[in-house]
Design a protein around this ligand. Structure first.
Ligand code: FES
Length: 130
């Protein structure tokens, strides 16, 4: 997936990212990061811009469920899930009422948006046989 460079002038929406497995996602042990998002980018892309490497097996085109996150705050500021997203996210382990595919959530509004990245986001990849 092509990740655009951060446009600091446009990145104004605060996004708080809680990580159950911070080492797996960032290589560091901070469990929480607050980043700034540019409107119109997906939560996946915003996280990737800031070194939070959420899995995205299909490249962000709503064809897998590896980019699954929980939206803990600010759901009303994200576009509603499409039927395609709903179908996909149902395949994710640990499905909850606030489950979303981060590649499909285009950031808008004023924030803050708070998400949680489940630990198995990385585990699923580690289990792939070589
Ligand atoms: S990366 Fe595959 S659905 Fe989001």
């Amino acid at each position: 997936m092509h990740v655009r460079p951060i446009n600091t002038a446009a990145a104004t929406i605060p996004v708080v990212v809680h990580m159950e497995d911070p080492e797996g996602l960032t290589g560091r042990d901070e469990k929480q990061m607050t980043v700034k998002a540019e409107p119109g980018l997906s939560l996946l892309e915003v996280c990737m811009q800031h070194g939070i490497n959420i899995e995205h097996a299909c490249g962000g085109v709503c064809a897998c469920s590896t980019c699954h996150v929980y939206v803990e705050q600010g759901m009303e500021q994200l576009p509603e899930a499409t039927e395609a997203e709903m179908d996909r996210v149902e395949e994710a382990p640990g499905l909850q009422i606030n489950s979303r595919l981060s590649c499909q959530c285009l950031v808008q509004g004023r924030g803050p948006i708070t998400i949680r990245v489940p630990a198995w986001n990385r585990n699923a990849v580690k289990e792939v046989p070589h």
